[in-house]
Design a protein around this ligand. Structure first.
Ligand code: HEC
Ligand code: HEC
Length: 296
């Protein structure tokens, strides 16, 4: 926090408390020129008369107590920008402490899980219950709480894998993240080329379109696409290039979707989780993810 904000925040906070003190003092001043203390001021409305009485003592005391409380609170817990407090409390510190506490109680459990083989772990119900909780917390924003994904976010419950179905591949996806790189082809092949290529990809799934286009698309496919998606279209897990023949689509399988993929390219990004999840939790998550697809 910069000096400016420290002064700004501290100024407003302390200033408001001082303003309260001043307000109390001001209201205690006798009203000049009018009635003496304890006498009626002569104001009357609906039969209610206004007396020139001091504020009730108990009420004033409540006010003094809150002011003192505020000052003590600032001194102990801070809240005045960068000015340090006696207890040194901060949101971050409390969070870190709670995390350390949790790590102390759950760390050994996850460590125990991590020493097990992923496929064995996937049958351990207790571990999978932890895995599910982790998944809902860290993964469901993108993959959905049921892990079925959505457009651009792979379904993790089917048996179709961009990066292969091994435990090691799944764990690597989680820890190191993934970056799908499908180049854009519009500039290279033009509208005509995009139409031909999409007709060919469409036909790879046993669907028929214009046979002349399919033929032309197949030639272009060999030239531009086979290197990543393989000559037979079954994809390459080393690159995360999807299988184009299995009727399972990351970005949708309609002609429009396929043309969109080819024309503009696709760049799905799976963030790396190694740093904040660590090895042990990633291990449990990998087992959980694999257990989802093994159920079918
Ligand atoms: C910000 C969104 C996002 C979050 C959060 C996220 N993922 Fe992903 N994940 C993706 C995307 C996008 C891909 C596909 C990457 C690609 O297109 O190459 C992916 C791919 C994967 C894959 C590879 C799938 C395959 O078919 O090979 C696995 C496994 C995976 N994620 C698991 C997880 C787990 C477990 C978590 C929680 C720790 C998680 N993801 C959190 C977006 C996310
Ligand atoms: C450099 C490697 C590479 C080349 C070359 C390449 N692709 Fe891809 N393609 C990928 C990757 C990787 C993905 C997945 C992108 C992602 O995960 O976001 C992909 C995705 C796709 C998709 C979407 C699949 C789905 O499941 O929704 C289609 C369709 C596609 N490519 C067709 C083609 C065609 C047609 C060509 C040739 C013109 C081609 N690709 C060339 C790597 C490549």
């Amino acid at each position: 926090m910069s000096l400016f904000w420290t002064i700004w925040i501290a100024g407003i906070s302390v200033g408001l408390i001082l303003a309260c003190v001043w307000l109390i003092k001001w209201t205690q001043k006798p009203v000049e020129g009018e009635a003496k203390l304890g006498e009626t001021t002569g104001h009357s409305y609906d039969g209610i008369e206004e007396y020139n009485n001091p504020l009730p003592r108990w009420w004033l005391w409540l006010f003094y107590i809150t002011i003192v409380f505020g000052l003590v609170y600032f001194a102990l817990y801070g809240g005045l920008g960068n000015i340090p407090s006696i207890l040194g409390w901060s949101q971050e510190k409390q969070w870190d402490e709670e995390m350390a506490e949790a790590e102390k109680s759950y760390g050994p459990i996850f460590k125990g899980y991590a020493s097990q083989d992923i496929s064995t772990l996937a049958t351990n119900e207790e571990a999978m219950a932890s895995g599910q909780r982790l998944f809902v917390t860290y993964c469901s924003v993108c993959h959905g709480s049921d892990a079925r994904g959505s457009k651009g976010f792979p379904n993790l419950t089917d048996n179709d894998w961009l990066y292969g179905d091994t435990a090691a591949a799944v764990k690597t996806s989680i820890m190191d993240g993934r970056q799908g790189v499908m180049p854009a082809w519009q500039a290279v092949v033009g509208d005509q080329g995009v139409a031909e290529l999409s007709a060919y990809v469409y036909s790879l799934n046993g669907r028929e379109t214009d046979s002349v286009q399919i033929q032309a698309g197949s030639e272009k496919y060999k030239m531009f696409c086979a290197a990543c998606h393989m000559p037979d279209g079954t994809g390459n897990p080393a690159l995360g290039a999807p299988n184009l023949t299995d009727k399972t689509w990351l970005y949708g399988g309609s002609v429009d979707n396929i043309q969109d993929s080819i024309r503009n390219g696709r760049n799905g990004k799976m963030p790396a989780h190694a740093e904040f999840l660590g090895n042990d939790k990633s291990h449990v998550l990998a087992a959980y993810v694999l257990s989802l697809s093994k159920k079918k």
